[in-house]
Design a binder for this molecule. Structure first.
Ligand SMILES: NC(=O)c1ccc[n+]([C@@H]2O[C@H](COP(=O)([O-])OP(=O)(O)OC[C@H]3O[C@@H](n4cnc5c(N)ncnc54)[C@H](OP(=O)(O)O)[C@@H]3O)[C@@H](O)[C@H]2O)c1
Length: 426
């Protein structure tokens, strides 16, 4: 038997312990001597609860997804043949290792490797997923580089969203069951063969949605929806300027703003990105590569909108693009700060807000994820409905094998990527 803070493997004759952290369910052999030995072992490993039953047969472990109940063996009274835990429904016969992107030290993706790592265990309110695809997001770059607002302790597996098949669920889980196709999002852990998330952040996929689409859906569409609706209070008929409009959040914002009845101006840096924006519903395209962006952005937008400017700006580039976008706001306009992909975090003079009757708002989607999970589920239901109707469609422009995750992030960092990139995990 070996045990550590996250994993307990037991081959003590006639007993087993649930490997699920926090479950604590233990079965040990009926014979007194064995029970005593096994219990001592388990208690040393931090497991207190213990039930007395008879021996198991490791070869009879159920397939992932089987519901677990104690069963009498044909070989003897009270014998239990199932290895999976009927207290939390996770499986004792778990794999010892999985392939994952593992960060030991913060740094660029080229310095980080795919290696063997201990698989996660679902808690009672959590879902274990066999990951098929994982979404590539700009914030992952910040996490791996140690520049994000929430940083896990090393070693850790990065990755904020994935799609796959539910392998096991904790005993309090009601939103999905083993075998369901789902998308999930999490603070980190998605770039691996298995990932865990709390049930509130796990969503059963619409029938036609592929794993690559599912892995590219949750984070950017939720971010764009909360920016437009919750923060900016967008009304049908208003004019929305989206910066970084051909990227993940950008394209989602273009599509959602259109679905909500807005007129959309998409700010992009190349003709190829302009083409993507047109194809995804933009009414106007604004060139951010013009020499005098400070005035140039406002001039282009005013020309396109009969002098009105933007009622709402969804801003994710920062720096000069932010400064120019603020100047392009219409009377009573709202600018939502989503990110700083360009690097420079801008500053705002308060008098400018007063003089123009405008507002600058912030959005951090993970706060909504953790504080308002029910609201997020309502929004996800609306997004799935729009997806089913064809009003929004994720553009997954490239899929990389997990082993080539660094190449995917090189495309993001160099601004070559359009829409979403995904990693194929299995
Ligand atoms: N607040 C939140 O909760 C939240 C959630 C998700 C993402 N974000 C942030 O939102 C931003 C966009 O994320 P994303 O996943 O959509 O990224 P993405 O797909 O890589 O898109 C970023 C866009 O920004 C533009 N850009 C300008 N300068 C850039 C640079 N130096 N490097 C890379 N891109 C640059 C690019 O368009 P052009 O070349 O046309 O300028 C690109 O299309 C990021 O800052 C991210 O951290 C925030």
């Amino acid at each position: 038997m070996t045990h550590g803070p996250h994993r307990i493997e037991c081959d003590v004759i006639g007993g087993w312990a649930c490997l699920q952290e926090g479950c604590g369910f233990v079965e040990v052999a009926a014979r007194r001597a064995i029970r005593k030995k096994a219990c001592t072992c388990f208690i040393a490993a931090g497991i207190r609860r213990c039930r007395t039953i008879s021996s198991h047969d490791a070869a009879s472990a159920p397939a992932a997804g089987a519901l677990v109940t104690p069963a009498k063996s044909a070989r003897g009274r009270g014998a239990v043949k199932r290895l999976a835990c009927f207290a939390c429904r996770s499986f004792g016969a778990a794999r010892a290792e999985m392939k994952a992107v593992v960060v030991h030290e913060f740094g660029p993706p080229e310095s980080i490797r795919v290696e063997e790592f201990a698989p996660p265990r679902p808690g009672e309110n959590e879902v274990l997923i066999d990951v098929h695809a994982a979404g590539v997001n700009f914030p992952d770059l910040l996490v791996m580089g140690g520049k994000y607002q929430i940083l896990p302790r090393s070693p850790f597996v990065p990755g904020k969203e994935c799609a796959g098949v539910v392998a096991a669920v904790g005993r309090a889980v009601t939103t999905c069951k083993p075998g369901d196709r789902v998308l999930a999002w999490m603070e980190h852990g998605a770039f691996a063969e298995q990932a865990v998330c709390v049930q509130d952040n796990c969503f059963v996929l619409p029938e036609p949605m592929s794993f690559e689409e599912g892995a590219s859906f949750g984070l950017v569409y939720q971010t764009a929806h909360f920016a437009l609706v919750e923060r900016a209070d967008l009304r049908a008929g208003e004019i929305v300027l989206v910066t970084g409009a051909s990227g993940g959040v950008g394209l989602a914002a273009v599509q959602i703003a259109k679905a909500l009845g807005a007129t959309v101006a998409a700010a992009v840096s190349t003709p190829q990105k302009a083409e993507i924006a047109w194809r995804n519903g933009a009414d106007h395209v604004i060139d951010v590569a013009v020499p005098n962006l400070r005035d140039g952005l406002r001039e282009q937008l005013r020309k396109a909108t009969d002098g009105r400017g933007a009622d709402v700006v969804i801003e994710q580039v920062g720096g000069d693009v932010f400064d120019a976008s603020l100047r392009a706001l219409a009377w009573s306009g709202r600018l939502v700060v989503v990110g700083f992909a360009g690097g420079r975090i801008p500053e705002v003079k308060a008098n400018y807000l007063l003089v123009k009757n405008i507002a600058v708002l912030g959005l951090q989607i993970s706060d909504y994820r953790d504080r308002h999970p029910r609201k997020m589920r309502r929004v996800m239901a609306e997004l799935f409905d729009w997806y089913d109707r064809g009003s929004i469609t994720p553009l997954v422009s490239e899929v990389y094998p997990l082993s080539e995750f660094a190449a995917a992030f090189a495309a993001i960092a160099s601004r070559r990527a359009v829409g979403k990139l995904a990693l194929r995990v299995r």
